[in-house]
Write a protein that binds this ligand. Structure first.
Ligand SMILES: [Zn+2]
Length: 112
């Protein structure tokens, strides 16, 4: 028999773009929420930042394009059959669980 205890878990409920100030939430603006970029890392022996420095940034998709655009490698989605099936794994479905097989059906069929 298992016994359970209450536990408080925190999750990111909103994110503000550090460049333009756009506030994004998974409820109010899902398209922006799932396309934001939030790099977050701790540097090693880094001459650019101080050693061991924690570096983080939140950018909306427009600011990612506007600031990093010339250096981004952007490939069009492609699937084996040329359809838009590739995007299925990226579509948020908060009300239903999506299995790995459902996200990448061609990967599993090829291994059979
Ligand atoms: Zn922005």
């Amino acid at each position: 028999m298992r016994e359970y205890r209450e536990r408080t878990v925190q999750e990111v409920a909103a994110c503000t773009c550090d460049r333009c100030g756009r506030r994004m939430t998974p409820v109010d603006d899902q398209l922006e929420w799932y396309e934001k970029m939030s790099p977050d890392w701790r540097g090693g022996f880094c001459p650019v930042f101080q050693d061991g420095t924690h570096v983080s940034l939140d950018l909306c998709q427009q600011c990612v394009r506007d600031t990093l655009g010339p250096w981004l490698r952007v490939d069009s989605p492609s699937a084996p059959d040329g359809s838009i099936q590739t995007l299925k794994g990226a579509v948020p479905r908060p009300d239903a669980l999506v299995s790995v097989e459902q996200m990448n059906p061609w990967d599993f069929h090829e291994r059979d």
